[in-house]
Design a protein around this ligand. Structure first.
Ligand code: G1P
Length: 285
């Protein structure tokens, strides 16, 4: 296997866009998600996707590319001005409750495309190609809610990307019996680091006995744009879906995927337990 390159002295292309796959049905939260996108479920007063957008902004990204589906219009409305509401509360103490979202709307551009069929995360990312174009980009899965005391996870990953200039996945250790919920990587620490690994293999949701490790990919990626061509040629994998893990494996075989053990805490807000845990955590804060 080739070693990931820390190529030339030229600056790495900047990461200026963040893709949010947000087309899934959120069946685990039915009936709440019958008419409300799961990304709009709030942890306290803020919808999940807003936490993700704020994390992207914290890394200097201001262009948000959102892959939606049927029944997701509330996301577009959330990141838009609500004249009537704002007029109503203008000059009242309630006004400040809209300050954060107003700041986001002022600073960021949002673009949307629809995934017509649910064919997996890889397919959702490929659907976003039209919004991303030919440049490296970040991906945030909003139901993995990440917190941090210092830099956000995407900001940490962009720093790693600048050094290695290849795709980066964020990983964390999970109990071995949970490997079937995640993409699992086989990787080796890079000399001189204790949190940066070179990936040699990756498997989508393996049974514990087949898992190459207990290092799980969480919903944060930096992807180089060649991933789109790879995805176009990626056959359906686990669950009959086009998996980003399988496409990344093609890059990993060339030594072009780094796994980064991020600093911070992740809540799996795609599960009821994780959602409650996140709610309690932010409430205590
Ligand atoms: C997706 C990916 C998986 C990754 C996970 C992180 O799975 O396919 O590799 O570990 O996100 O949350 P999903 O949770 O969408 O089933």
């Amino acid at each position: 296997m080739e070693t990931p390159k820390q190529t030339s002295t030229k600056e790495a292309p900047p990461i200026s866009k963040c893709l949010f796959p947000a087309a899934g049905y959120g069946t685990r939260f039915l009936p709440a998600t019958k008419a409300t996108p799961k990304e709009m479920l709030p942890i306290l007063t803020k919808p999940l996707i807003q936490y993700g957008v704020e994390e992207a902004m914290g890394s200097g990204i201001h262009t948000m590319a959102i892959v939606t589906g049927r029944g997701k219009r509330a996301i577009e409305d959330h990141f838009d001005i609500s004249y009537e509401l704002e007029h109503q509360i203008w000059g009242t103490p309630k006004e400040k409750q809209l300050a954060d979202i107003r700041h986001i709307i002022d600073c960021c551009t949002f673009s949307y495309t629809r995934q017509k069929e649910m064919k997996g995360l890889g397919h959702a990312i490929l659907t976003g190609e039209t919004l991303i174009g030919n440049e490296p980009f970040a991906v945030i899965l909003a139901d993995d809610l990440c917190t941090h005391d210092g830099n956000g996870v995407i900001k940490q990953m962009i720093e790693v990307y600048r050094e290695y200039r290849c795709s980066i996945v964020a990983i964390e250790e999970v109990p071995k019996e949970q490997t079937g919920k995640y993409g699992i990587v086989k990787c080796e620490l890079i000399a001189g680091h204790d949190d940066i690994y070179r990936v040699s293999d990756m498997v989508e949701k393996p049974d514990p006995q087949d898992a190459p490790s207990n290092l799980a990919i969480i919903g944060r990626y930096i992807l180089t744009p060649d991933i789109f061509e790879i995805l176009k040629n990626t056959k359906p994998g686990k669950g009959g879906e086009i998996q980003i893990t399988d496409a990344l494996l093609a890059q990993a075989k060339k030594g072009n995927v780094i796994a980064y053990r991020f600093k911070g805490k992740r809540f799996d807000c795609g599960s009821i337990d994780g959602f409650v845990e996140a709610t309690n955590y932010f409430y205590q804060k």
